[in-house]
Design a protein around this ligand. Structure first.
Ligand code: ADP
Length: 195
């Protein structure tokens, strides 16, 4: 693990670099960015709105056609569109749960939203993907709990996926950065698994 001059943090898990940075996910130069979408896939506020604004109408058009064929995206799953005008070639639209106190399966659904996004990334055969803090804005999921689920889901997944070179956590606020940084610092470097 190393701290870079920009304040980014990195952790190596097997062959995958996990990177933490504070910034705007729409500006990330990665193969795919993940959207914290809602089941209707028709856009919304927060990061969803920012992605559609930056990526242009093509993304919404593709969301509409996914909606027409499969009726939206259930909570805990993710669907893929192109990246429109973004630097990223793809947007993985993940639907996280609305926080309802923590005993309505929220943890499992959030983990599932991350894992489903990662599976989509693998089926796209891409090398880098960036996540926002799914469900922690309008959906109200507590950041400490969400960050731990996100970090553990990604760390557990990437060990078996040598093709995924980099997973970025792109957080918006300093407070969210502090929470993720605690996880990055407490996670000991793990040696690569034997092939
Ligand atoms: P949800 O409805 O899943 O809670 P939100 O978009 O309301 O999604 O919030 C999810 C997270 O995305 C929040 O931490 C919010 O601060 C963050 N966020 C909002 N805009 C951006 C952006 N442009 N880049 C990265 N993160 C963003």
């Amino acid at each position: 693990m190393s701290r870079q001059a920009t304040g980014e943090l990195e952790a190596l898990v097997a062959n995958t670099r996990l990177v933490l940075l504070r910034g705007d996910i729409t500006q990330q130069d990665v193969d795919a960015i993940v959207n914290a979408a809602n089941s209707g896939l028709l856009g919304g506020g927060g990061v969803d709105g920012a992605i559609h604004r930056a990526g242009g109408p093509k993304i919404l058009e593709e969301c509409r056609s996914i909606r027409a064929t499969q009726g939206g995206c259930p909570t805990g799953l993710a669907v893929v569109t192109g990246g429109g005008n973004l630097k990223a070639r793809f947007v993985i639209h993940a639907v996280g749960p609305v926080w309802r106190g923590g005993d309505r399966g929220e943890d499992d659904l959030l983990q599932s939203a991350y894992l489903s996004s990662l599976r989509q990334a693998v089926s796209l055969k891409i090398r880098s993907v960036a996540f926002p803090c799914i469900s922690t804005g309008a959906y109200g999921f507590p950041i400490e709990r969400a960050a731990r689920i996100a970090f553990e889901a990604v760390s557990g997944f990437v060990g078996d996926q040598p093709g995924l070179e980099e997973v970025r956590f792109v957080v918006f606020s300093q407070g969210d950065h502090d929470v993720y940084a605690g996880l990055f610092r407490s996670d000991p470097d793990r040696p690569p698994r034997p092939a």
